[in-house]
Design a protein. Sequence first.
Length: 121
Amino acid sequence: MNTQIETRMCDQLARYLDLATSQVKLTAANMANIDTPGYRAVGMDFETEMRGALEGLDQGRAPGAVHLKAVDGLVSRPDGNNVSLDREGLNLAEAQLKFKTGVALLRQENQRILDAIHSDK
């Protein structure tokens, strides 16, 4: 029998990891289209998305789709593409750091639960 114990923190961290994964996928899509004429880089506001995810969790709503927006202020090349490999590389590194942090926090939460279960032994 496989019993899963969930806590509010686990649910919050799951949403955090989902958003970090979405950010990695979005960055990868931008990078994959670096040579596509007319392609415009898109992004997301991680903090706003996380705030919305936590509010949804409080209200019992399932996670919604991530809101994408065009990235302003990027220089367009003559073919109309505005993807910056430097910017996307930084976004990827940031998303990976967020993901690693989320995993570490989830491990800590699981250890806290296990410690509580075994505290009377």
